[in-house]
Design a binder for this molecule. Structure first.
Ligand SMILES: [Zn+2]
Length: 418
């Protein structure tokens, strides 16, 4: 028994004997225009059968991720709505035209190269291995043509297809800018289609780029944080808050879209850092709201998240994590600054209390950020004139370093990611 997709889009089951040189017998109806030889028919069936699996797979993937309705993508498609041919992805020497419908309902055409698509995707390669259907009554004219070449109507959205095809025509990798807060929004369509059409190398590259923006180790976290501190000071020197036409918030990765793409496409490696970053933000600091009035907050270096992209499970994880992080911060006071001096030096208890009091009173922001406070605990001598004795100071440094490593390792549990 074989499963076949008929021209009308129906799927029929047919036994081997019903497959003929000219078509498949479907009850009383004979379907014509099946391609080439029986061998070709086999390849076609491979495509059809794979094709028929795709909608099932698509139910596992998010069919319409909130990422794909982001305003950043609107600007990609709506500006060109008047033109049915994509301004960049329509090459005069392209050998095939793909078309797809935009979210606004208009059809977009892309003229690209079969060889490029086939070299990346075994699924698309199988599809093109089949000779195209011929027009009725003709032995040479292709049934479906656009601009003189074969035309394939893709079942995907035009926005996803733009994201996907851009990757193949972007040898310099300009689709990715390091630390670009729009990366998850821009690559989501490409990642979806890379999985659907089995473009494994492309999928790996997209994931590697996302991972590069979200630290996997504590050392990487510290390096990124140091970079962010330098960027912040660069921006604070500007009256407009902008460097190179961009606010600080436009130059650092945005956690909510990273969480969305990581949760939807199975990239757990970036979740701990993204959730930790999100936990440092107030829910008022909203990507869209702050951009509506950038002079008010963004100009002063505010950081935001696309809160609307998070679902209930994400928010539950966030609340769980924030509670545990707050408890972790409180424990620093007792575990690190509350213990006694081993040498029983007179001023040590007082000096330890003073240090902790200073953190509580002068670092309200970093009180949400135990990794940051613990980092400061490792360099007390640069922050305070009055220090506990050297034994206490080195004990605090060792304890802080240990607790930081512990906390980093436990982030997946803190945010209920396992
Ligand atoms: Zn001491």
């Amino acid at each position: 028994m074989r499963r076949l997709l008929l021209e009308q889009g129906r799927i029929v089951e047919a036994v081997e004997g019903e497959l003929t040189r000219d078509g498949v017998v479907d009850g009383d109806q004979q379907l014509h225009h099946l391609p080439g030889t029986l061998q070709d028919l086999d390849k076609w069936i491979v495509w059809v059968i794979r094709g028929s699996y795709i909608p099932q797979m698509a139910t596992e993937l998010p069919p319409s991720s909130p990422l794909s309705s982001s305003s950043e993508l609107d600007s990609i498609s709506s500006a060109e709505d008047s033109n049915e041919r994509h301004p960049m992805l329509y090459y005069d020497d392209g050998t095939v035209v793909l078309s797809a419908v935009t979210q606004k309902g208009s059809r977009k055409y892309f003229r690209v190269h079969r060889s490029i698509l086939c070299s990346h995707s075994p699924v698309i390669s199988d599809m093109f291995a089949i000779p195209p259907l011929l027009a009725e009554g003709s032995s040479t004219r292709i049934a479906e043509e656009y601009d003189g070449v074969a035309h394939v109507q893709m079942p995907d959205s035009a926005e996803d297809l733009i994201s996907f095809l851009t990757m193949f025509y972007d040898p310099l990798g300009t689709a990715y800018k390091r630390f670009d807060p729009n990366t998850p929004v821009l690559v989501e369509g490409a990642l979806k289609l890379a999985m659907k059409y089995e473009c494994d190398a492309l999928r790996r590259r997209i994931i590697e780029n996302l991972e590069a923006d979200w630290p996997q180790t504590l050392a990487q976290w510290d390096a990124r944080r140091a970079e962010a501190v330098i960027l912040r000071s660069e921006h604070s020197l500007q009256l407009t808050g902008k460097v190179g036409g961009r606010y600080l918030d436009d130059r650092l990765p945005e956690p909510a879209s990273a969480i969305r793409i990581a949760s939807d496409y199975g990239i757990p490696s970036i979740l701990p850092a993204a959730f930790y970053q999100l936990a440092l933000l107030s829910t008022n600091a909203d990507w869209d709201a702050y951009r509506a009035n950038p002079g008010k907050h963004l100009r002063f270096g505010a950081r935001t998240a696309r809160w609307r992209l998070l679902d209930k499970r994400d928010l539950m994880r966030l609340v769980h994590g924030q509670k545990l992080l707050a408890a972790y911060t409180r424990a620093i006071g007792t575990d690190i600054f509350g213990s006694r001096c081993q040498r029983a030096m007179k001023g040590c208890t007082r000096a330890r209390n003073e240090c902790w009091k200073y953190f509580q009173e002068n670092a309200p922001n970093s009180m949400d950020d135990p990794l940051d406070i613990l980092h400061d605990c490792m360099r007390l001598d640069t922050l305070f004139n009055e220090l506990p004795c050297s034994v206490c100071t080195s004990e605090i440094t060792v304890m802080a370093e240990k607790k930081r490593r512990e906390l980093w390792r436990s982030l997946p549990a803190v945010f209920n990611l396992q």
